[in-house]
Ligand binder design. Structure first.
Ligand code: CAA
Length: 283
């Protein structure tokens, strides 16, 4: 099927990056959030990030203007109803995601494909609560979305082949690369990345190294673009903890036990860059 219009639920870190890449690739984008301020901030951020690409010669000023003109916003979820494709990119809480799909269902078209940008929650379970598990998929972008090449495509147990093919074609149109993952806790990227980040927090907790030495070791010793603690701050410590809990509960293996220090930081509200404090102080 031909996907032209895309509804994005959530104007946070992931939602605005997703709006950016879809608008730049020629899709009409309608972005929804409960907060008008969040929507205004997201549009301003897309504008800034596109400008950064213009200044580096990666996007022409004309393409930037055309992309910005393709992004509309709304605080009314039901206005996403006519979209060909809906991408839920709200907070990483299953009850919140389920409520969004429930509210959307009476308004969407028979052909609408529903997707979630969840980084770890079961696609099969989310899909089973909708009227179209065969047209439901995990559509997982990486942060920062305009820079990262990969998109994980996760089939639920009932996802049909035309839906998979349609999303695969969308990823190609975005100029990105799709990796197909089965629906098991945290899929591929986070199944591997999060235990590494959690282990870095244990390394700090046990006093094996300081924040600086842990990050420098992995940057200079393993050629990672960011150290694991810096990356945890970038992703959000609440998101890291939520993913570790999904791995721990879903795979029932103590090797996925979240580090108590990670839990403590989240309890303190030290969530990383977004709260100006995590393993680093951004104030
Ligand atoms: N929008 C557009 N362009 C952006 C951008 C954004 N939001 N952020 C960075 N860029 C561009 C810059 O303009 C720059 O472009 P050029 O190559 O043309 O110069 C390029 O990206 C590199 O940026 P910087 O020079 O500012 O900084 P850097 O070299 O330190 O790179 C980084 C920044 C790309 C974020 C790099 O540090 C990196 O790759 N970090 C690791 C990111 C990562 O692992 N992401 C995955 C997280 S896991 C995930 O997302 C899954 C999940 O579910 C939790």
């Amino acid at each position: 099927m031909d996907i032209r219009t895309v509804g994005i639920v959530g104007a946070g870190q992931m939602g605005n990056g997703i709006a950016h890449v879809f608008a730049l690739a020629g899709f009409e984008v309608l972005m929804n959030d409960i907060s008008e301020d969040a929507l205004n901030n997201a549009v301003a951020l897309v504008d800034r990030n596109l400008e950064r690409q213009v200044s580096r010669g990666k996007v022409t000023p004309e393409d930037k203007a055309a992309a910005m003109a393709r992004i509309r916003t709304t605080t009314k979820l039901h206005e996403l109803g006519p979209s060909d494709l809906i991408i839920e990119a709200a907070t990483e809480r299953e009850t919140v995601k389920q409520a969004i799909f429930e509210d959307l269902l009476p308004h969407i078209q028979p052909h609408t494909i529903l997707t979630s940008n969840t980084s770890s929650i079961s696609i099969t379970r989310l899909a089973s609560r909708t009227d179209r598990p065969e047209k439901f998929m995990g559509f997982h972008f990486m942060n920062p979305v305009p820079v990262m090449q990969l998109v994980e495509l996760i089939r639920g147990i009932a996802t049909d082949e035309p839906t998979y093919k349609a999303l695969h074609a969308v990823v190609e149109k975005l100029g990105k690369t799709a990796a197909s993952a089965e629906d098991f806790p945290a899929f591929i990227v986070n199944r591997i990345l999060m235990p590494m980040i959690n282990e870095a927090v244990y390394t700090l907790y046990e006093g094996v190294g300081s924040v600086k030495s842990i990050d420098e070791s992995m940057k200079l010793g393993a050629n990672h673009p960011m150290g694991p603690l810096e990356l945890a701050d970038f992703i959000g410590l609440d998101t890291c903890l939520a993913i570790m809990n999904v791995l721990h509960d879903g795979l029932a293996d103590t090797k996925y036990r979240p580090c108590p220090l990670l839990t403590k930081y989240v309890e303190a509200g030290w969530l990383g860059r977004k709260t100006q404090r995590g393993f680093y102080d951004y104030r």
